[in-house]
Design a protein around this ligand. Structure first.
Ligand code: CP3
Length: 355
């Protein structure tokens, strides 16, 4: 860990802060001209696998925006490769897995002893951590077992997750084995990122909201609980993020991640109230709000901050990643508004001041 006393890490630990920390999912992405320039010369995977390039893209985005944390540039799907699944990114189509999982036999063949081959991500973390020192914390990340399993089985993004749920319901033992194998790789992968200097870890369970609360509790929670517990052992705070999770929050509490990331479909005050004390909440401006005129962007940012009400543990973010074509000036205005407006308001006092 390199910036344990930063605004972002303090908020993750629900300690008092001078202003609400803000970072944005996909802060390095196609909306940013600097990123597009690098992408003209290199594919997404080339950037991910070249620590100098990945560090450069990470640092440039964080510095340009003035955010409170740098998320390492990598992709959710990288661990699939070392487990034996090949994938590629088709221009404007998203990822495609060449040999998706079909059955228990395929699951039994997944490798779990090659996580060290993802060492290039830890190397990128190290370069970014060295660049920022105590100035800015670095966020490491990995996918969650459910969201990764959904890509492995569907072979691409999905709307209804039919094949994923078919496997879950028809062969629960194979499903559990799949979740265990993925988790085994993720623990090694994410722990290496912390060793390399990551100050926090975000687990992206982007698509978990497609599950009923009953299925989440039965098929996902037991594995996510183990993963979070093992990652907490690294000492870094854990952020568990999913979209469309309003009805899952009572179960998500049981993951015991320090911070829960929510999207805009739930007012953030409701998320704080449902989760109760002991949890930070990250979110939750609609990324599409960034297409509004700047005054409206600022107004919506203040609305999220008012709803969070200065509670300890608020980390400002979008409810999902920044979309391509988002105006960069609006993103910069958002960050500035979050800092200026939150610094003015009184934060939940850490202790009673005696007069
Ligand atoms: O700045 C950052 O947030 C760090 C970098 C990052 C990327 N992917 C780079 C990337 C992160 C945190 C991710 C996570 C990721 N990857 C998720 C979880 C977050 C989420 O959005 O829910 C998922 C589901 C993936 C898988 C993935 N990668 C998809 C579905 C796509 C295609 C969608 C698209 O926007 O084209 C990608 C490609 C990808 N990964 C891009 C970036 C910047 C797109 C731009 C490019 O092709 O260069």
């Amino acid at each position: 860990m390199s910036a344990p006393d930063s605004r972002f890490v303090r908020a993750c630990r629900r300690q008092p802060v001078d202003a609400t920390p803000v970072w944005l999912m996909r802060q390095a992405g196609r909306y940013m001209p600097e990123y597009r320039k690098v992408r003209k010369q290199h594919t997404l995977l080339e950037i991910c696998k070249n620590p100098e390039l990945a560090a450069d893209v990470t640092i440039t985005a964080a510095e340009r925006l003035g955010v409170d944390a740098a998320i390492i540039f990598a992709d959710l799907l990288l661990p699939l490769e070392v487990m034996g699944l090949e994938f590629e990114f088709e221009e404007h189509e998203g990822p495609k897995i060449r040999n998706p999982l079909r059955d228990a036999n395929g699951i039994a063949q997944l490798k779990t002893d090659r996580a060290s081959e993802l060492g290039y991500v830890a190397e990128s973390v190290q370069l970014v951590a060295r660049h920022f020192g105590t100035r800015l914390p670095v966020i490491g990340f990995c996918g969650a077992p459910f969201t990764l399993a959904s890509y492995m089985i569907e072979g691409r993004g999905s709307r209804n997750y039919v094949e994923t749920k078919r496997m879950m319901y028809s062969d629960p033992e194979a499903w559990d084995e799949l979740m265990r194998r993925i988790s085994r790789v993720l623990v090694q992968y994410a722990a290496e990122q912390v060793k390399a200097g990551a100050d926090a870890l975000q687990i992206f369970d982007s698509w978990v909201g497609c599950l009923s609360p009953t299925d989440f509790t039965r098929f996902v929670l037991p594995h996510t609980k183990v993963l979070v517990a093992e990652l907490k052992a690294t000492g870094a705070p854990i952020i568990y993020f999913g979209t469309d999770t309003a009805t899952l929050l009572p179960s998500i509490k049981q993951t015991r991640a320090e911070v829960i990331g929510v999207d805009w479909r739930i007012p953030i005050n409701d998320a704080f109230e449902t989760l109760g004390d002991n949890f930070g909440v990250q979110g939750n401006l609609d990324p599409v709000a960034l297409f509004a005129p700047e005054t409206e962007v600022r107004r919506q940012a203040r609305d999220v901050l008012d709803r969070a009400g200065g509670r300890a543990g608020h980390v400002f973010n979008l409810g999902h990643g920044i979309l391509p074509d988002t105006p960069v000036e609006n993103v910069i205005a958002l960050v500035e508004e979050v800092h200026a407006y939150s610094a003015k308001r009184t934060h939940a006092p850490a202790r009673t001041v005696a007069f």
